[in-house]
Design a protein around this ligand. Structure first.
Ligand code: XUL
Ligand code: CO
Length: 439
């Protein structure tokens, strides 16, 4: 393949480099906290935006220039596209990719035909994985594009659509296993509602849970050992998505006895649509043992929808890496669920976009590690909670006292001890100091 003749393998040149086809921060073998950047970050290219994105929007058609793609829905075109994708992964030096079933192979007239198309392309992907060493971070099934899924897939009102979705996921699990996928993702594409007047929410959520249990059972049956992930998103395409944020997802998993099998794939732009920061969503999932993987992108402060832009903000990546270093990421990864703007239609833009995103994360990793090495933030947190290290604090935390004991303790004092400053402005300044310091 030589779909990108102007690009050779992207290499690390250091922060001073002005070469847009080089890394300034991402140095795959450089050790951070004793582990290579490559192993910390586990960068992943997503197939749908990068190889299937057309640049179309509600106001106009596709704009992308993809000379290798003949635009047809043929298996031959899909196989050729797969080989081009691997040229891209290798030149970009990413260890992983991720896909939906319908990204990699065309949908046929019947499910059997779709499965056969999938098998043909999977054979090529397998060959390319073996040749290049690039691995599959996760697979998933697209159960939102085809009109049959207009009412949802695992939450549809149409029982035959539910059966179809189950069969589709069964095949997607087989394919993900065949390709050594390390995770399997469920993003609830149309699992939600537009209007509660026509919706039996309880029944739909029960069905969704049943669906997940069947997926877990089937994974066990075929020996698929990958981690299951669900991906929170509050809205779009439905008015309300059931997996609205990390808290809602974890509550759902716990209520339906699925906590042992699922973790969360947290996406930045979904977090912001939910009215949270990415750091909040990561911390919330992490503290409950539910942090699995991330979809790395960013939204636009001025726009209230899922713009899926490439992340370039060091402040954001530092926040993310602070949490990821705390809880760990593997077998998850940093998946660029991000698309180039429709005006950035040249193949070269795909490289610029990913290089910028990878560098932003590598810099964030270094800044976060520097902060952790000095315990620069921990010190503030330790101080802030130091009163809890007292005898009283320990008794409360261990459950040794009740309301009456606490009343007896505090009543004679007349009032509680004075509060100390939260130091927010100083802390924010300290964070900027580390951003300056890492060179
Ligand atoms: C949609 C989204 C999906 C999932 C995979 O907003 O993020 O691309 O990541 O289905
Ligand atoms: Co996503």
């Amino acid at each position: 393949m030589n779909a990108f003749p102007d690009v050779s393998k992207i290499r690390y040149e250091g922060p001073q480099s002005e070469n847009p086809l080089a890394f300034r921060w991402y140095n795959p073998d450089e050790l951070v906290e004793g582990k290579s950047m490559k192993d910390h970050l586990r960068f992943t290219v997503c197939y749908w935006h990068t190889f299937r994105g057309t640049g179309s929007d509600p106001f106009g058609g596709g704009t992308m220039l993809r000379p290798w793609d003949d635009g047809s829905e043929s298996v031959a075109n899909a196989c050729n596209r797969a080989r081009v994708a691997f040229e891209f992964f290798e030149k970009l030096d990413v260890p992983y990719y991720a896909f939906h079933d319908r990204d990699i192979a065309p949908e046929g007239k019947t499910l059997a035909e779709s499965n056969a198309n999938l098998d043909a392309v999977v054979a090529v992907l397998k060959e390319e994985q073996q040749r290049s060493g690039v691995k599959l971070l996760w697979g998933t099934a697209n159960m939102f594009s085809n009109p049959r899924f207009m009412h949802g897939a695992a939450t549809t009102c149409n029982v035959e659509v539910y059966a179809y979705a189950a069969a589709q996921v069964k095949k997607a699990l087989e394919v993900t296993k065949e390709l050594g996928g390390e995770n399997y993702v469920f993003w609830g594409g149309r699992e939600g509602y537009q209007n509660l007047f026509n919706t039996d929410m309880k029944r739909e959520m029960d069905h969704l849970a049943r669906f997940f249990h069947m997926a877990v059972d089937y994974a066990k049956e075929i020996g698929f050992k990958g981690q299951f992930l669900i991906e929170p998103k509050p809205k779009e395409p439905t008015k309300h998505q059931y997996d609205s944020d990390a808290a809602a997802c974890l509550n759902f998993l716990r209520a339906y006895d699925l906590m042992d099998y699922f973790k969360l794939n947290i996406e930045t732009n979904h977090a912001t649509l939910a009215g949270h920061t990415m750091m909040h969503e990561l911390e919330y999932a992490g503290m409950q043992g539910g942090l699995g993987s991330i979809d790395a992108n960013t939204g636009d402060l001025m726009l209230g929808w899922d713009t899926d832009q490439f992340p370039t903000d060091y402040y954001l990546t530092t926040q993310i890496m602070l949490v990821l270093l705390k809880y760990g990421l593997a077998p998850g990864g940093v998946n660029f669920d991000a698309k180039v703007r429709r005006e950035s239609f040249e193949p070269l833009d795909l490289f610029y976009a990913h290089i910028g995103g990878m560098d932003a994360f590598a810099k964030g990793l270094k800044v976060a590690a520097a902060i952790r090495a000095d315990r620069a933030l921990d010190k503030f947190v330790d101080d802030r909670y130091s009163s809890w290290n007292s005898d009283l604090g320990r008794k409360i935390e261990s459950g040794a006292v009740n309301f009456k004991d606490l009343e007896s303790y505090i009543m004679p004092k007349g009032d509680s001890a004075k509060n100390a400053s939260g130091r927010q402005e100083l802390i924010e300044h300290v964070l900027n100091r580390y951003l300056d310091k890492v060179k």
